[in-house]
Design a protein around this ligand. Sequence first.
Ligand code: G1P
Length: 298
Amino acid sequence: MRKVRKAVIPVAGLGTRFLPATKAMPKEMLTVVDRPVVQYAVDEALDAGIEHIVFVTGRNKHVIEDYFDIQPELLDTLKRTGKLEQLASLSKMQPAAGAISFTRQQVPHGLGHAVWCARDIVGDEPFALLLPDMVSFGERGCLAGAMELYQQTGGNVIAVEQCDPTETHKYGIVGKGEAVRGGFAVTEMVEKPAPAAAPSNYYINGRYILQPEVFELLDTQERGAGGEIQLTDAMRRLCESQPFHAHPYRGRTFDCGSKEGFIQANVAFALARADMRDLVLQPIAQMIASQQRRNEAA
Ligand code: G1P
């Protein structure tokens, strides 16, 4: 079985759901507690054994490239002022030189097109794909679990979670087939189906392990849902000739591309952190209680 060494992270989206914040700053740089959203995806990839990150960027996203570079002045200052903990944490999350590549999606033709833009850098090997808006929250990263399933099944693996059955139109939805250890076979995939047309309520949560043949299918692909080149459509075609399995993620994913998901992620991550919990728990509990009182009085 071929090793998954590279991970593609598409970061070209305009972030219109987050205007005005995203007028001058990429949505991937919005912070959950004190780390940019994109850092969570990179950490998850490295934890899962990924050796090389491929960013598919767009115009006005230079700051992401700068963020993943070393800043000698900053490191010197931290060293000089004895802030060794911060220094160590910055070094720990720094991808090694040469272990990160950037390519551009020149026009916004959809997720399938963004992934296709990485084809030359990925080459002829399986790769992971992480959609950085979707931030995994759990005891372990979602991609690591998907990798375990991949080691057993080979082929292609998609991570899934269950959504409210009325919300299938927001996601890619998979059909559930035979169970395997740690997951199940995927029988079909539909991008953003109406609830009545959805094969299940298992939604694709933004973590994938894909075989390189998907690039050939994306190459010739017509537009699908929303007039965009859809990754889900290419995967459905690939599913006709290659195994596809789903890994149900045990944690929970926050959609940080939406305001409500972003706010929930900030609260969840802050409460999960030993250095933050006591600082935020009490004030948040008080805010909720007083809002409830206002609701009752209204
Ligand atoms: C994309 C995928 C979809 C997946 C979703 C997860 O949709 O096309 O299959 O469920 O990400 O966030 P988008 O959110 O880009 O519309």
